[in-house]
Design a protein around this ligand. Structure first.
Ligand code: ZN
Length: 302
C-alpha cells in the first residue's frame, strides 16, 4: 500500500466495516445464490493476487470462469452459491507470473482481456506514454483530459509526444500470450486493438477496434474469442450492437455492482468491482465484496 492520508483513512474505514460485519450480508446473499461477485484486476503483484484468491477460498467461495457464467446466462440456470469471477484487463507482461502462475497453483479460472496493439508492436500502453510526458511537462494534457477528446485528436497528441519519452514494452509478447492461452485455467478475451475510449471514436473506428482485436487474437491463439471488456468502461448502444453482430457472447463493464438475475437481461453489460494496486488489502476486501460501493451509494442518497 502507498502511504497517504487517503489510503490510511480508507484502511481505517475498511477495518471498521469488517469489524462491524458489513461483509456478512454479502457472503450470505452469495451463499443463497442471489448474487455473484465479479472482480477485475489490471497489473497486481503476485502477493496481492494470491491474497485475493486465498481470501475468497478461505471464505468459502468458488471462483467460476467466464464460460461458466455464459452458460448459466444462456441456459437460464440458477446462480451458483458463493461464486466469484476473476477478470484481468489490458494484458500486462507481469500477468504471466503474478496471475497465470497463481491460477495454475490454485487451479482457479481467470479471463485476461488483451489489447492487441501493445502486444504486437511492443509499445507502452498509451496512458503510460502520456503520463510520462505529462510528468516531464512535455504535454499539459493529462491522461484524464485525453480520454475526453475525439479519438483522432488523442492519437495525434500521442504521436506528437512519442519521440520525447522512453517507450518500453509493458504488454505480454505474442509468444507469451500463446503459451498462457494453452493453460486450462486461462481464457483470453478482447479489450480492443489500441484501448481507445470507444465512445470518442467514429462509428468506423469503434467497429474496427472491436472486430480486428477479435480476429487478431483468434489468429494468434487459435481459439474463438467470445468475451470483451470495454476499455475504461466506456460504451454506448452502438458498441453493444457491434459486439452482438460480431459474434461476441458477453461483455464486461466497470460498473461496480453485483451480478444478479438482472444481468441475464444484459449479458453485454456484466458489472465488475475493481481491485486497486496501491491501497490496503482491507480496502480491497471492501471493494471486492461491493461494500465500498454500497456505502458510497448510501451516503449519496442520504
Ligand atoms: Zn484497460
Amino acid at each position: 500500500m502507498e502511504f497517504s492520508i487517503r489510503n490510511i483513512a480508507a484502511w481505517l474505514l475498511s477495518n471498521l466495516y469488517i469489524i462491524f460485519g458489513k461483509i456478512n450480508h454479502v457472503k450470505k446473499s452469495a451463499k443463497n445464490g442471489e448474487i455473484i461477485l465479479s472482480v477485475y484486476f489490471h497489473n497486481p503483484s503476485k502477493k496481492l493476487f494470491e491474497g485475493c484468491v486465498k481470501w475468497f477460498l478461505k471464505n468459502g467461495f468458488t471462483i467460476i470462469s467466464t464460460e461458466e457464467l455464459n452458460s448459466i446466462i444462456k441456459n437460464n440456470k440458477q446462480l451458483p452459491a458463493s461464486s466469484v469471477i476473476f477478470t484481468v484487463d489490458d494484458g500486462w507482461k507481469e500477468n504471466k507470473n503474478n496471475i497465470v502462475a497463481v491460477a495454475e497453483t490454485y487451479k482457479i479460472p481467470v479471463t485476461i482481456f488483451v489489447t492487441t496493439s501493445p502486444v504486437e508492436t511492443g509499445d507502452a500502453y498509451w496512458w503510460s506514454t502520456i503520463q510520462k510526458a505529462f510528468d516531464k511537462k512535455i504535454t499539459n494534457r493529462s491522461v484524464g483530459a485525453l480520454k475526453l477528446i475525439p479519438n483522432e485528436q488523442r492519437i495525434q497528441e500521442l504521436e506528437r509526444i512519442k519521440p520525447f519519452v522512453s517507450n518500453n514494452r509493458e504488454a505480454l509478447t505474442i509468444q507469451e500470450l500463446e503459451t498462457i492461452s494453452q493453460s486450462p485455467y486461462v481464457t483470453i478475451g478482447s479489450h480492443t486493438v489500441s484501448h481507445p475510449i470507444l465512445t470518442m471514436c467514429s462509428k468506423e473506428q469503434s467497429h474496427v477496434e472491436i472486430l480486428n482485436s477479435k480476429r487478431i487474437l483468434e489468429d494468434w491463439i487459435n481459439k474463438p474469442i467470445q468475451f470483451f471488456a470495454y476499455p475504461n468502461g466506456n460504451y454506448s448502444e452502438r458498441e453493444l450492437n457491434t459486439l452482438k453482430s460480431t459474434g461476441f457472447q458477453m461483455a464486461f463493464t466497470t460498473k461496480p455492482e453485483y451480478v444478479t438475475l438482472n444481468s441475464f437481461k444484459s449479458p453485454f453489460e456484466i458489472p465488475r468491482f475493481d481491485v486497486l494496486e496501491n491501497v490496503s488489502f482491507a480496502e480491497n476486501i471492501i471493494r471486492m465484496t461491493g461494500v465500498w460501493f454500497e456505502q458510497k451509494e448510501r451516503n449519496k442518497n442520504q
